[in-house]
Design a protein around this ligand. Structure first.
Ligand code: HEM
Length: 413
C-alpha cells in the first residue's frame, strides 16, 4: 500500500474551520476511493460505516501494538508523544481496561460488566433526577445561562462519583482531576499540561487509596466496595482496581458534558424537532440516540492490524494503524437516510457513537439515562428555550466534539 493520497482533500483537525464543521471534510474523505493516509499521526483514516464497523468488529485489530513491536520501539513511541516521565499517569491512565487486549481485557471487562448492568444503572434514575432538580433550582432565577458551563458540566462527574461511592461533597474535586488528566490527550498539549495531568493523577490516586481504606473497614453498596471484593477474590489487582475507577470517571465525564451541549444545540437549531419532542415525549429514547449519532462526542479511536488485512478494498500490512472516525461513519449516507438531518424520531439508528466489538462502551446505558432525565426535565420545567448567541464555538481537534459554551435563554413553565 503506498502512502500517496490525493492532494485535493486536506484534513486539518486543529483549525477553527474543522471545529465549525468537520462533516464536509468527512464527506470529502468518504468520497475517496479508499482510506485516507493522515501523515501527522501515521494513520489510515476510515470514514465509511462499512469500513469502520468491519475494523471495530475484527478480532485481529487491536488497540495497542505491543504484540508486534519491541520494548525499545514502544518506549520510543511513548517518548515521541511525550507520554513518558509521568509515573502515575503511566501506571494508572496509560494502562487500563480500554488500552488492554486479550486475556487481560477479557478478565477486566468481565469484572466491570458484572457490576455495570442496565439494572444497576436504571436504579440511578432517582438520584440523577434529584441532582438535576436541585441544580436547576439553583439556576432558576437566571433568564440566561451557559448551558455547558453552568449546567451540563456539573452533572456526569457527580453521578459517576456517586456510583463509585465518592461522597457528594468531593465530586467537584473529581471533576477537576478528570479534566486535568483528559486535557493531556489534546493534540496541542504542552509540558505544563503534562505536569498538571501527572499531578492530578497522583492526587486522584492518593484520594482513592484513602477511600479504599475506608471501604475496606466498612463496605458500602457502591462500586468501589464491589471492586474491592473482586480484588480480594483475585479477579483484578490493586493497580487495576485504581485504573478502572479512574477510567470509569474519565471515559464518561467530558463526553457526556459534550453531548449534552451538542444535543441541546441541535434541538435549538432545529426548533421543529424540539417541538415534536415536546409534543410527544415518547420520542425521548430515539431523540437521545439521534443526539449521539448527529454529534458523536468521541468521534475518533484507533486500531492496529496484527496481520495483513483488506480494508476499504485495499490491502494493508500488519502494523498498520487505522483511525475509526465514528463521527464520520455516523453521517454515512450508505447507512443513514438524509444523514445530515437531525431527526428525533429516527429509526432504525444503528450508529457507532459507543463503538462496537470488543471495546463497546460500558457506560452507554448511564450516558443515555443522564440525557433522558435531563432533556425530559428541561421540557417540563421550561416553556421555551432559545439560543442566546449566534454561532456557538465547538472544541478543536479530532478526538472530541462538543460546544465550548452554549448561551441559552429560558422561560420557566
Ligand atoms: C457520552 C458518552 C459516551 C460516549 C460517546 C462513549 C463512547 C465510547 C466509545 C466509542 C468506546 C469504545 C472505544 C473504542 O472503540 O476503542 C467506549 C469505551 C468505554 N467506555 Fe464509553 N462513552 C461514553 C460514556 C461512558 C460512561 C458514562 C462510562 C462509564 C461510566 C464509559 C465507560 C467506558 C469504558 C470503561 C470503555 C472501555 C470498554 C473496553 O475497552 O472494553 N463510557 N466509550
Amino acid at each position: 500500500m503506498t502512502q500517496d493520497t490525493p492532494a485535493t482533500v486536506l484534513l486539518d483537525p486543529h483549525g477553527a474551520e474543522f471545529a465549525a464543521d468537520p462533516y464536509s471534510t468527512y464527506a470529502a474523505l468518504r468520497a475517496l476511493d479508499g482510506p485516507y493516509y493522515y501523515k501527522e499521526i501515521d494513520t489510515w483514516m476510515l470514514t465509511r460505516m462499512a469500513d469502520v464497523e468491519a475494523v471495530a468488529l475484527n478480532k485481529t485489530m487491536l488497540r495497542n501494538n505491543e504484540a508486534f513491536i519491541s520494548e525499545d520501539a514502544r518506549l520510543a513511541q511513548q517518548r515521541a508523544i511525550n507520554f513518558h516521565d509521568m509515573p502515575h499517569h503511566e501506571r494508572f491512565v496509560q494502562v487500563n481496561l480500554l488500552e488492554s487486549e486479550g486475556a487481560t481485557h477479557d478478565r477486566l471487562r468481565k469484572v466491570v460488566f458484572r457490576e455495570f448492568t442496565p439494572a444497576m444503572i436504571a436504579r440511578q434514575r432517582e438520584a440523577i433526577q434529584s441532582f438535576v432538580d436541585r441544580l436547576l433550582d439553583s439556576l432558576s432565577d437566571q433568564d440566561e445561562v451557559d448551558f455547558v458551563g453552568d449546567f451540563a458540566a456539573h452533572v456526569p462527574g457527580h453521578i459517576i462519583g456517586r456510583i463509585l461511592g465518592v461522597p457528594d461533597e468531593d465530586c467537584p474535586q473529581l471533576r477537576h482531576w478528570s479534566e486535568e488528566v483528559v486535557r493531556f490527550f489534546d493534540p496541542g498539549r504542552g509540558d505544563e499540561d503534562k505536569a498538571r495531568a501527572e499531578q492530578a493523577t497522583k492526587e486522584f490516586y492518593e484520594y482513592l487509596l484513602d477511600l479504599l481504606a475506608e471501604r475496606e473497614r466498612a463496605p458500602q453498596d457502591d462500586l468501589l466496595s464491589r471492586l474491592i471484593g473482586h480484588r480480594d477474590g483475585g479477579r483484578l489487582s490493586q493497580d487495576e482496581l485504581i485504573s478502572t475507577a479512574m477510567l470509569i470517571l474519565m471515559a464518561g465525564h467530558g463526553s457526556t458534558i459534550d453531548v449534552l451541549g451538542s444535543g441541546m444545540h441541535a434541538l435549538l437549531r432545529y426548533p421543529e424537532q424540539h417541538d415534536r419532542l415536546r409534543e410527544d415525549p415518547s420520542l425521548m429514547k430515539t431523540a437521545v440516540q439521534e443526539m449521539f449519532r448527529y454529534e458523536s462526542p468521541l468521534p475518533f479511536f484507533h486500531r492496529f492490524a496484527t496481520e495483513e488485512t483488506e480494508v476499504g478494498g485495499k490491502l494493508f500490512p500488519a502494523g498498520t494503524r487505522f483511525g475509526l472516525l465514528y463521527g464520520a461513519a455516523n453521517r454515512d449516507p450508505a447507512r443513514f437516510e438524509n444523514p445530515d438531518k437531525f431527526d428525533v424520531g429516527r429509526t432504525p439508528n444503528r450508529h457507532m457513537a459507543f463503538g462496537g466489538g470488543g471495546h463497546f462502551c460500558l457506560g452507554n446505558h448511564l450516558a443515555r439515562l443522564d440525557m433522558d432525565v435531563i432533556f425530559s426535565t428541561l421540557n417540563t420545567r421550561f416553556a421555551a428555550i432559545s439560543l442566546a448567541e449566534e454561532t456557538p464555538e465547538y472544541k478543536r481537534g479530532l478526538s472530541v466534539r462538543g460546544p465550548k459554551a452554549l448561551r441559552v435563554a429560558w422561560q420557566r413553565a
